[in-house]
Design a protein around this ligand. Structure first.
Ligand SMILES: Nc1ncnc2c1ncn2[C@@H]1O[C@H](COP(=O)(O)OP(=O)(O)OP(=O)(O)O)[C@@H](O)[C@H]1O
Ligand SMILES: [Mg+2]
Ligand SMILES: [Zn+2]
Length: 333
């Protein structure tokens, strides 16, 4: 990404809200556009004239923005008089409570029972899930915590600020359990699918000897996951602390990462379906005396990545500093 487009965007690392790198190509910064959107409810197709969508200028990814749209809320907003018949249809289909969230207390944020989500018609399910995690992430976008998040009746006490963020999720420490982290998918179908697949792929990597955090539990819709908290620091955070390229510490980390990248890329050639992103956010480095080890913190799929011309020197010297600048600009680190 060039510096001109980076300069257009910036947000604080305290915030887990608003600016994003494209989850598909991991290059472009998503911009918000307004598009018409059709929704099928109780057999009728209704067109919402203007809803917000996220769009990537680099790869063409475009999807409804769960974060910005709040479609469920919007549908009841006064400017949408013209969709009165949609509202009537929704009420007739007994979706009333979901929109108004009458079942929730004023302060409660959380994820609802999954049998409730199972029962939603397909078109509404993603809107509901976007809306749900949009509200949770907004509730966590405050400077101090902890914040109680209800997960289908259980309470998870999350520490603030977030401990990390990537294109697909925001990650928090548990106040009551130092051994696990709580990862919340960003409010879009792509990111939920990414987290669901990440949880399912973890066993594959572990089975091939790649150190990965264990999954304690995950939502079948991919909205959240509880993962083992791993030791070390992400390469995104550590890279600039390593010192000059000719120092022992820098050379040690570089050599460890080169061996790890070789191993992962070899695995991706043999198992292309397991291809994941080796972005600096996804690699953790443990420095232990003279030893340096690498872990893969995020096993989520990256089907659009092309490693056929991968060059480690280019990755280490050019791609990493660029990615780190971009993460900073959007507030991931
Ligand atoms: N298990 C963990 N232990 C410690 N820190 C973690 C863990 N999981 C995530 N983090 C922190 O959160 C950051 C983002 O996590 P992760 O890569 O899983 O998110 P993501 O949005 O899915 O990323 P991507 O978009 O690259 O798939 C990590 O770089 C790390 O700093
Ligand atoms: Mg990641
Ligand atoms: Zn893109």
């Amino acid at each position: 990404m060039d510096s001109v487009s980076l300069a257009e965007f910036s947000r604080s690392t305290q915030s887990s809200f608003s600016l994003d790198i494209c989850p598909r190509c991991e290059e472009g910064v998503l911009t918000i556009v307004e598009v018409p959107h059709d929704i099928t409810v109780a057999g009728s197709v209704l067109r919402l004239p203007r809803v917000q969508a996220e769009q990537c200028r680099v790869c063409g990814y475009r999807a409804l923005s769960g974060r910005e749209v709040r479609l469920f809320d919007v549908l009841f907003a006064p400017q949408y008089h013209q969709v009165g018949d949609l509202i009537a249809a929704l009420r007739a289909a007994r979706y009333h409570g979901m929109f108004l969230r009458e079942d929730r207390g004023e302060t409660a944020i959380g994820f609802g029972a999954r049998d409730y989500v199972d029962a939603l018609a397909f078109d509404l399910r993603d809107l509901y899930l976007d809306n749900e995690s949009g509200h949770v992430l907004e509730g966590l976008d405050i400077p101090a915590g902890p914040v109680a998040v209800d997960v289908a009746g259980r309470t998870f006490l999350l520490k603030l600020p977030k401990i990390g963020e990537g294109e697909n999720g925001v990650v928090f420490d548990h106040a009551a359990d130092p051994d696990t982290v709580f990862k919340i998918a960003k409010p879009r179908q792509y990111s939920r699918e990414h987290i669901r697949a990440e949880c399912e792929n973890t066993a594959f990597f572990a089975g091939h000897g790649v150190p990965v955090p264990a999954i304690t539990e995950f939502d079948p819709y991919g909205s959240y996951a509880v993962k083992q908290r791993i030791a070390g620091v992400s390469l995104a955070v550590l890279y600039e602390e390593l010192g000059a390229p000719d120092t022992r510490r820098h050379r040690r980390a570089r050599a460890a990462m080169q061996a790890f990248a070789d191993r992962l890329l070899d695995l991706f050639v043999r198992h292309p379906e397991a291809k994941t992103s080796i972005s600096p956010n996804n690699i953790f480095i443990v420095e232990d005396g003279q030893e340096c080890r690498c872990l893969l913190v995020d096993t989520g799929p990256a089907p659009c990545h092309d490693y056929s011309t991968f060059d480690f020197s280019q990755y280490w010297e050019v791609t990493l500093p660029q990615k780190i600048r971009q993460y900073r600009a959007v507030g991931y680190i």
